[in-house]
Write a protein that binds this ligand. Structure first.
Ligand code: CU
Length: 146
């Protein structure tokens, strides 16, 4: 029995060590482009810095104060060379790496906006990483191209 308990504790130690901590995920320069009626979409961009020795997987983002319809998106070029967007179910930030979300690349799509996003305003975006935890990020609204 004691032996079994020892093995069991070892498994627990092992499984907690196998995951990164949400504190290892740093977020820099979070911003979203301004948007006014009738355009009810926007997108948020930022730099993710994973300082742990494990990959961190973002599976969802929410921002209830401005939208109930937030998705992780990737941009790709179709066979006519036109930029298209596709919903992805995760964004992987490899261990000890940075990933930049930016216009015409990976972004967090904010759809069916509840209100106008005015340059200079801020809102909170919650980044959810399955198993690792979640993190609130303050996002500044900026006019695209400025
Ligand atoms: Cu998009």
């Amino acid at each position: 029995m004691k032996k079994l308990l020892a093995i069991f504790s070892l498994v627990i130690i092992f499984s907690t060590k196998a995951l990164a901590s949400i504190q290892d995920l740093k977020v820099e320069d979070a911003w979203a482009r301004s948007s006014s009626n009738p355009n009810k979409n926007s997108a948020a961009y930022m730099v993710f810095d994973n300082r742990s020795d494990k990959d961190i997987v973002i599976t969802k983002a929410i921002a209830p104060s401005i939208s109930d319809n937030v998705e992780l998106h990737e941009t790709y070029l179709d066979d006519k060379g036109v930029h298209k967007m596709a919903h992805v179910d995760k964004i992987v930030i490899p261990s000890k790496s940075k990933i930049e979300l930016k216009p015409k690349h990976t972004h967090i799509m904010l759809m069916d906006l509840k209100k106008e996003l005015k340059a200079g305003d801020k809102f909170t975006l919650k980044i959810i990483c399955d198993e690792v935890g979640e993190k609130d990020v303050e996002v500044e609204i900026r006019q695209l191209g400025k």
